[in-house]
Design a protein around this ligand. Structure first.
Ligand code: SAM
Length: 199
C-alpha cells in the first residue's frame, strides 16, 4: 500500500539541460552545510572506517554523497546511479583518480527495472536530495522497495532528503516500512532531514 502525498512542494529542475546542471552545481558548492549533513548521515553507517563495503548512491548526481562516502570509508566500492548523463559525466570527471573504485549507472528511477543494471548486492545505499524529485509517494515507495531489493540482508539505506516539502519525514518512514524494511526511523527532522532503514 502506498500513500498519496498530501503536501508536495518542490522546485522545477531540468537535469538534462547542461545549462541548468552547471547552474545547479555552481549554487550547490556554495551550500556550506551540505558536507556536514552528509557526514552526520554517514556517522550512522554501522561499518568500520576501513571496511571494503559496496555502496550504491541513488540519484548520485555529480557526486557530493559519493565524495562523502569515500571520505568516511576510503575502501568503499561505490556505484553512482543517476538518469542524467550530464551529471554522470561530471561525476566521472570528479572521480577519475579513483579508477574503477567508482562506477556509474544510467537509469531512471521511474523505470520499474531501474535496478536491473546495478551489480548488487550492496552493504549500504545512500541518497542525497534526489528521491523527492519523483514528487509522489507511490513511485517514491517503489524506489525505496527497489533499493531494499539490492541490499544485502542487514544492509542499510541512509537518505538525506527534502522530506519536509514532500509530506514530512513520518510519511517517508511509513513508506520505508511499507517497502519492507525491518526497521526504519527518522534520524533528523530538518531541512533537509535524514532517514535510516535496515534490511
Ligand atoms: C539535487 S540533485 C542531488 C545530486 C546528489 N545526490 C547530491 O547530493 O549532490 C538530484 C539528482 O537526482 C537525479 N534525478 C532526478 N530525477 C531522477 C530520476 N527519475 N531518476 C534518476 N535520477 C534522478 C538528478 O539527475 C540529480 O542528479
Amino acid at each position: 500500500m502506498t500513500q498519496q502525498n498530501p503536501n508536495f512542494n518542490t522546485a522545477e529542475h531540468d537535469w538534462h539541460s547542461a545549462e541548468y546542471v552547471d547552474e545547479w552545481i555552481a549554487r550547490d558548492v556554495t551550500r556550506a552545510e551540505r558536507p556536514g549533513t552528509l557526514q552526520e548521515m554517514l556517522a550512522i553507517a554501522p561499518f568500520p572506517k576501513d571496511a571494503k563495503i559496496r555502496v550504491l548512491d541513488v540519484g548520485g548526481g555529480n557526486g557530493q554523497v559519493t565524495e562523502a562516502v569515500l571520505k568516511a570509508f576510503p575502501n568503499a566500492q561505490v556505484t553512482l546511479q543517476d538518469y542524467s548523463q550530464l551529471m554522470l559525466d561530471r561525476a566521472a570527471k570528479r572521480f577519475a583518480k579513483y579508477g574503477n573504485q567508482v562506477t556509474y549507472v544510467l537509469s531512471d528511477l521511474f523505470d520499474p527495472k531501474w535496478t536491473a543494471s546495478l551489480k548488487g548486492p550492496f552493504d549500504m545505499a545512500v541518497s542525497g536530495i534526489a528521491i523527492h524529485n519523483l514528487r509522489e509517494m507511490e513511485p517514491i515507495t517503489s524506489v525505496y522497495a527497489g533499493i531494499r531489493g539490492v541490499l544485502k540482508p542487514g544492509g542499510v539505506f541512509l537518505n538525506c532528503d527534502h522530506f519536509a516539502g514532500c509530506g514530512g519525514i513520518a510519511l517517508h518512514v511509513d513508506a520505508l516500512k511499507t517497502a519492507g524494511y525491518k526497521k526504519a526511523e527518522a534520524v533528523k527532522d530538518a531541512k533537509p532531514g535524514i532517514s535510516a532503514a535496515y534490511n
